[in-house]
Design a protein around this ligand. Structure first.
Ligand SMILES: Cc1cc2nc3c(=O)[nH]c(=O)nc-3n(C[C@H](O)[C@H](O)[C@H](O)COP(=O)(O)O)c2cc1C
Length: 204
């Protein structure tokens, strides 16, 4: 089996060839935790969280979450989405208003996922390209959400947004698809019950 650290090295490598791996010894455990985290456990135990500890998310975890988002499949591999990492507290407060006054949008880590159909260089009608970019942005957010949980964080997916307000706040002409709010949970929640797979799956 190949050294799993090779995978991590590939994943954490940024365009300017800087490794964003945790460099300090005390942070090494986090990396080991990631290597141990089983994707099925992460998926099964993830719960939406709307109450966060007032604790910053460490920079290396943010980098991992962003790198994970960038591993998601995209239509034609064109990465038809953009991520806005909101660091400014005033902008976070504005986003609360743009999200129907949901206060937890003011979370320690706030990522806004936007569609960017202009990146999708496929010879299809505009409508299809918009649909692809929505799927690209959604998948990237979902990957970021799972990565957050694998890193011991919790998150809430915000879909109830006023798109125009968000665009104005971000000063962009890109249409947002969702906001992912991430932080350390106040309380670990149990996974929600789901309908049985028998009801969900339609075998034809
Ligand atoms: C498309 C979508 C939109 C959502 N929008 C919101 C939202 O605006 N506000 C909110 O509090 N939760 C929102 N959620 C989170 C859901 O309420 C949550 O995922 C659902 O209740 C299931 O709970 P679980 O994530 O703990 O399994 C959204 C989730 C999805 C997938």
């Amino acid at each position: 089996m190949s050294d799993p650290k090779d995978i991590l090295t590939r994943m954490y490598k940024t365009d300017n060839s800087e490794l964003v791996l945790p460099k300090e010894e005390t942070e090494q455990k986090d990396v080991e935790d990631i290597l141990q985290s089983n994707i099925f456990n992460v998926m099964l135990n993830r719960r939406s969280q709307r109450r966060f500890e007032p604790k910053e998310v460490e920079e290396h975890k943010i980098e991992l979450i962003l790198a994970a988002a960038d591993t998601a499949p995209t239509a034609g591999g064109f990465q038809g989405f953009e991520i806005f990492h909101i660091k400014n507290n005033e902008i976070k407060s504005e986003l609360v208003k743009a999200a129907n006054n949901q206060p937890y949008v003011n979370a320690p880590l706030v990522l806004v996922f936007c569609k960017n159909p202009s990146r999708v260089k496929l010879n299809f009608p505009e409508e299809i390209l918009r649909k692809f970019s929505l799927q690209d942005a959604t998948l990237a957010a979902a990957y970021a959400q799972l990565a957050s949980h694998a890193l011991g964080l919790s998150s809430i997916w915000i879909g109830m947004i006023d798109e125009n307000m968000v665009m104005k706040i971000l000063n962009t002409d890109l249409v947002p698809s969702s906001i992912l709010c991430i932080g350390y949970p106040k309380k670990i929640l149990q996974p929600k019950p789901k309908r049985s797979l028998k009801d969900l799956i339609h075998r034809i």
